[in-house]
Design a binder for this molecule. Structure first.
Ligand SMILES: Cc1cc2nc3c(=O)[nH]c(=O)nc-3n(C[C@H](O)[C@H](O)[C@H](O)COP(=O)(O)O)c2cc1C
Length: 162
């Protein structure tokens, strides 16, 4: 274990599912690297790995949708984090609808927003998509806890495929 692991292993962010649609294609993956990055205007950044199919679709999308899952939605996390859209159609396994700008919204998410891509930032092996919210929704009443990294650690990422 390195000293940096001592820091990184303490992090337990809320997970989200980021979806993208462009040129007749849909994609989406589980994301642990994300945060609000501006107060006024409100902006939120999601970091997508350049090996993911979601990145290849997202780079030509004008909007992305970001969803929070409940802790008991592990099966949805598994679909989006443990499989790649290069080999399975993830959207056959979940309820979704089209939203602002052709964005794909997962209907069973706890909370979601659609954001316009206002900036792309090189982070290293992940690219930051800075989003300005244009549409949002979710459950009125807060039910249980959200799905966090600690709940998703057992999922083996679908990409890169080995
Ligand atoms: C716990 C966990 C956290 C992840 N965090 C990210 C992330 O922050 N950004 C990212 O691009 N991929 C992340 N992934 C990987 C993708 O969700 C995964 O490789 C997915 O299968 C890619 O699907 P795609 O090829 O259809 O886009 C994470 C996976 C897991 C299991």
């Amino acid at each position: 274990m390195t000293a940096m692991d001592v820091f990184l292993d303490r992090l337990d962010p809320d997970m989200c599912v980021v979806t993208a649609a462009a040129d007749g294609e849909r994609a989406g993956c589980l994301v642990g690297f994300s945060s609000q990055c501006s107060l006024r205007p409100v902006r939120y950044v999601v970091w997508i790995s350049d090996v993911n199919r979601t990145y290849r679709v997202a780079r030509s999308a004008d909007v992305l949708a970001v969803h929070l899952l409940a802790r008991d939605q592990h099966a949805t996390a598994e679909i989006f984090g443990g499989r790649t859209g290069d080999s399975v159609d993830k959207f056959r396994r979940v309820r979704w609808r089209e939203a602002y700008g052709g964005a794909v919204v997962l209907e069973d998410a706890e909370a979601w927003f659609v954001g316009r891509v206002v900036e792309r930032a090189a982070g290293g092996d992940h690219v930051g998509f800075v989003l300005e919210p244009v549409e949002w929704g979710g459950r009125e009443e807060v039910a249980g806890p959200l799905l966090r990294l600690a709940d998703a650690r057992t999922i083996r990422p679908g990409h890169p495929v080995d």
